[in-house]
Design a protein around this ligand. Structure first.
Ligand code: ADP
Ligand code: ZN
Length: 383
């Protein structure tokens, strides 16, 4: 095994026969193919399986040469499909074109896909892998912080519909995840910060000590300190993989990962997903709202919400709706959006609330009216 791959931090996602490794470290990209040869038994077959690299224009411009050179040196044949960056790429049209391209280039069931990019590429390429020839193997090389800590772990893949985001998809686990922290150097600051919100989510939902570590080290993580980044990413991946191993298909505990997401999605949806808020920014506001709501319901001390708010806002994330207040509908409409959320069950809303930092729980029967009253108060305060 190459040095960078050997020295990388490792997390094993324990899913029995579908268990896989996440390797995390600086400089892994240059040795990506060695890492694959060390971890993917199927590459020993003759003829050796070919790789279909799916990426976007930004990632290709910066890093495709490095990945291709590594594959060339290791004798892994490959072809590359470069897609436009942005959420619009997670569409039926792109999924269709990509599938036809893979078939036209004669990718077989025994070949494999490399999803090389952020969450958009991971979700689309993963979904193509899940469905092409009834399922191909795939390797994730996530290049955004968000994708490294969240979307590349756990096997959710999919595309958007005109009816909503991620409504068409499949659970399909990758065979290997290679997270190179060095590629985050070129990520726009705002994207990095948005990904950081999901990092904070892990502390808030289940690990108070990690949250405290982030309070002390968050600035180092955001400054691109390789060790701090690798430690943060590893902790998130460990937590997510432990949760996914217990509940792969989100029938229970996996819902905890949605902390801040019901409130956050409502804001994103109310703004028509127009990019005013990045997903992670909406989650930052959503987490603070979930904690403030928890405090208002008497479930956790108010200090718990204000501590989360202080940390997120110190690092530059939005924590309330004041900047977007003019563009939001009223509390009633926001609550109605939440009720339509695919996680709503019956008339009651399913929320992730908290009893303290690191102590989130699933609240199955939150009356929609109490949420609406709460939101009314928030909107008045922010307006
Ligand atoms: P997410 O992972 O947040 O869902 P996307 O896949 O939409 O994000 O990626 C966010 C943006 O960042 C896209 O424009 C993408 O091309 C770009 N991008 C992804 N990775 C990198 C990187 N390592 N350096 C610079 N830009 C990147
Ligand atoms: Zn999220």
């Amino acid at each position: 095994m190459s040095t960078a791959c050997k020295e990388a931090q490792a997390v094993t996602v324990g899913l029995g026969g579908r268990a896989y490794e996440i390797r995390i470290g600086a400089g892994l990209l240059a040795e990506a193919a060695d890492c694959m040869l060390a971890h993917l038994d199927f590459l020993d077959a003759t003829p050796r399986p070919r790789a279909a690299i799916i990426t976007d224009r930004n990632v290709a411009r910066l890093y495709l040469d490095e990945l291709e050179s590594s594959l060339n040196a290791a004798g892994i044949a490959h072809e590359t499909r470069i897609l436009p960056p942005g959420e619009a790429t997670k569409s039926f049209a792109h999924y269709h074109q990509l599938s036809e391209w893979l078939l036209e280039r004669r990718f077989e069931r025994g070949d494999f896909i490399i999803a090389f990019g952020g969450g958009v590429i991971g979700d689309l390429a993963g979904f193509a892998a899940a469905t092409l020839r009834r399922g191909m193997r795939f390797v994730q090389i996530p290049t955004t912080l968000l994708a490294q800590v969240d979307s590349s772990v756990g096997g959710k893949t999919g595309i958007n519909s005109t009816h909503g985001k991620n409504l068409i998809g499949a659970f399909h686990q990758p065979s290997l995840v290679i997270a190179d922290t060095s590629v985050l150097d070129t990520l726009p600051r705002r994207e990095l910060l948005a990904g950081y919100a999901e990092v904070v989510k892990y502390g808030l939902l289940g690990d108070a000590a990690f949250f405290a570590w982030l309070e002390d080290n968050g600035a180092r993580v955001l400054a691109g300190d390789g060790q701090a980044l690798a430690r943060a990413i590893r902790t998130c991946c460990e937590m997510k993989s432990a949760i996914v191993a217990r509940d792969e298909r989100e029938s229970g505990v996996r819902a905890l990962l949605n902390l801040g997401h019901t409130f956050g999605h409502a804001l994103e949806a109310a703004l028509g997903y127009d990019g005013t808020l990045l997903h992670g920014e909406a989650v930052a506001i959503g987490m603070v709202q979930a904690l403030r709501f928890s405090a208002r319901e008497g479930l956790c001390p108010a200090e718990c919400a204000s501590r989360a708010e202080a940390h997120l806002s110190a690092l530059g994330l939005p924590v309330d709706t004041s900047a977007i207040r003019d563009r939001l509908p009223g509390a009633e409409a926001l609550a109605a959006i939440m009720a339509q959320d695919k996680k709503a069950k019956g008339g009651k809303l399913v929320f992730i609330l908290a009893r303290g930092i690191g102590e989130a729980f699933i609240a199955e029967d939150v009356p929609a009216r109490r949420v609406e009253d709460f939101l009314r108060g928030e909107l008045e305060r922010d307006g």
